[in-house]
Design a protein around this ligand. Structure first.
Ligand code: 13P
Ligand code: SF4
Length: 365
């Protein structure tokens, strides 16, 4: 049976009740056995990430989801990740997102209607130009289908540079949505100066506020969208960290605005950030610009290094945080009882084209 349900159990009030809840979670997990695989994004809370069979950034999880054979794929992450897992899944598999309200602010910055309208205006304004659309993984399935149908592909923060290169091999310009900042940071790596990309503002009726003559010459057109977590970092935080900790290493996620990435020592996906914390020597001091749950976990795992978040006061990604232990245990118990709640299912037509776009990404060298 397939149902949409709020599986959340009551929040425990005492340490003993938390222990009991955790025990119930593991009992349900064991009862499910090989029927289920649990994929967990690095931003998930500690209390649920311990149940993940695989942890990763959005690229790694897409790849591991596509390889999985279990009939149930339980996704500890946000909606666009679960949609991507469903697009890549086989017919006998169901993707379960314990809280269907776990969305993504960045993904919501673009929708199929406004992107389609922008595309029509843009291609009519520069008829001879081949524009390749790229959508960030953090986007609706409909946008992935759109780029698949229009000769483009999906990218994540770990392969955006390769995706842009692919696009320039196949066309004259890139139209990237919905993250302006990742688009600008990626362009910079390919020699496109940060002030060169055009920014398409869907709130502006006429050509997204872009100059038609500039559009003819543009190599990079970026959607005006942003992540509310990563835009909470700024260069002043980095300057303060450097002053207080001489010799510090600053690592940020490429969803941060360009001035932040420029002021950092390095930038990369969540998987990259984890790898760098492993590689840096004992005694290193590392400031990180990304979601707090991940930074806090790194701090605990590397007690021989000083690790902190560039902005300790920002909340972790609130949508990632919607999946907590009471929600996960309620879901696992429902699954173990034979129910299949909170299934993420992308329709067949969308899946066909979105899979083309995801497969192009997975095939990137
Ligand atoms: P990663 O692909 O680096 O894990 O990033 C996903 C994300 O949502 C960052 O905000
Ligand atoms: Fe979306 Fe930002 Fe949360 Fe990542 S951190 S899931 S981009 S809102």
């Amino acid at each position: 049976m397939t149902t949409e349900a709020i599986c959340r159990l009551p929040t425990p009030e005492t340490p003993e009740e938390w222990t009991e809840l955790r025990r119930r979670g593991w009992a349900a997990r064991e009862a499910l056995g090989d029927r289920a695989v649990i994929l967990g994004h690095h931003y998930q809370k500690d209390e649920v990430i311990e149940f993940a069979d695989v942890t990763g950034d959005s690229f790694l999880l897409a790849r591991r989801g596509a390889e999985a054979s279990a009939e149930l794929i339980v996704f500890l992450g946000v909606y666009f990740m679960a949609e991507s897992a469903d697009i890549l899944a086989q017919d006998h598999q169901a993707v379960v997102l314990p809280d269907l309200g776990a969305g993504c602010h960045l993904a919501e910055c673009a929708d199929i209607y406004t992107v389609r309208d922008a595309w029509t205006q843009m291609t009519e304004a520069v008829p001879g130009k081949t524009v390749i659309p790229i959508t960030y993984m953090n986007s609706d399935a409909a946008l992935k289908a759109f780029v698949g149908e229009h000769g483009g592909l999906v990218c994540t923060s770990s392969n955006a540079e390769r995706a842009f290169r692919w696009a320039f091999e196949h066309g004259d310009a890139v139209f990237f949505f919905p993250d302006e900042h990742l688009g600008r940071n990626t362009g910079e790596r390919l020699g496109i100066p940060p002030d060169e990309p055009l920014v398409w503002d869907a709130m502006k009726a006429d050509l997204g506020g872009v100059d038609a003559a500039a559009l003819a010459d543009a190599r990079s057109i970026l959607w005006k969208g942003f992540c509310n977590v990563h835009t909470a970092f700024n260069p002043f935080q980095i300057a303060r960290a450097r002053k207080e900790h001489p010799g510090i290493r600053v690592i940020v996620h490429p969803e941060c605005p360009r001035p932040v990435v420029a002021a950092a020592d390095e930038d990369g996906s969540t998987e990259y950030i984890i790898q760098r914390c492993q590689e840096l020597p004992a005694g290193a001091t590392i400031a990180i610009g990304t979601d707090w749950n991940l930074v806090n976990r790194l701090r605990q795992e590397h007690a021989d290094k000083t690790i902190f978040c560039l902005n300790e006061h920002i909340c972790p990604c609130v949508t990632m945080n919607r999946i907590d232990l009471p929600t996960l245990v309620g879901t696992l118990e429902a699954l173990a009882d034979g129910d299949v709640p909170n299934v993420v299912k992308v329709d067949e037509e969308t899946t066909t084209w979105a899979k083309v776009a995801l497969d192009r990404m997975l095939a990137l060298a």
